[in-house]
Ligand binder design. Sequence first.
Ligand SMILES: [Zn+2]
Length: 183
Amino acid sequence: MKLEESTPPVQFMHQVHGDSVCVVNQKSDVDPMCDALITKTHGLALAVMSADCIPLLLSSQDMVAAVHVGRAGLMNKIAIKVIQAMRNLGALAIHAQLGPSICGTCYEVPQSLADEFLRLYPNAFALTRDATPSLNLPRALIDDLLAHGVTYEASTICTLENADYFSYRRHGITGRNAGVIWL
Ligand SMILES: [Zn+2]
């Protein structure tokens, strides 16, 4: 099934693991270069593509956002920037949905990288099945959401372990799972 057969027109973004937030009110011909989209426009769907990163969808009464949150995005606090941008646009209660991503047991990283990340997100500490360093990215994101008054629900599906989902670490190619939200 093609995506747009079941949704309104979809705005994608050219994701670069950066911290730019784009507010959009109509579908553009060129995908904006950013890792977060916000809209208050009814009937405009926002999409985030991911493999092992976290597809984060945010909603409030009159706006929605789609955010690409990987390790880089957590380090540069993109989710918090989006929450602040939504509040500046008038959002009150914000609810988050975290889509499937790689789990803490699977996301193995070098010790130096783990050390750097855990300075910011101590609760993200994790170990692989072989007891080597890894990181629990959803835990880090949830800590940020809770610290900023955002309620959430989180998928417990691991993209590496579940063959129904696309995993960069399993396939070596990026960007196949889509998270889509609209008003
Ligand atoms: Zn896993």
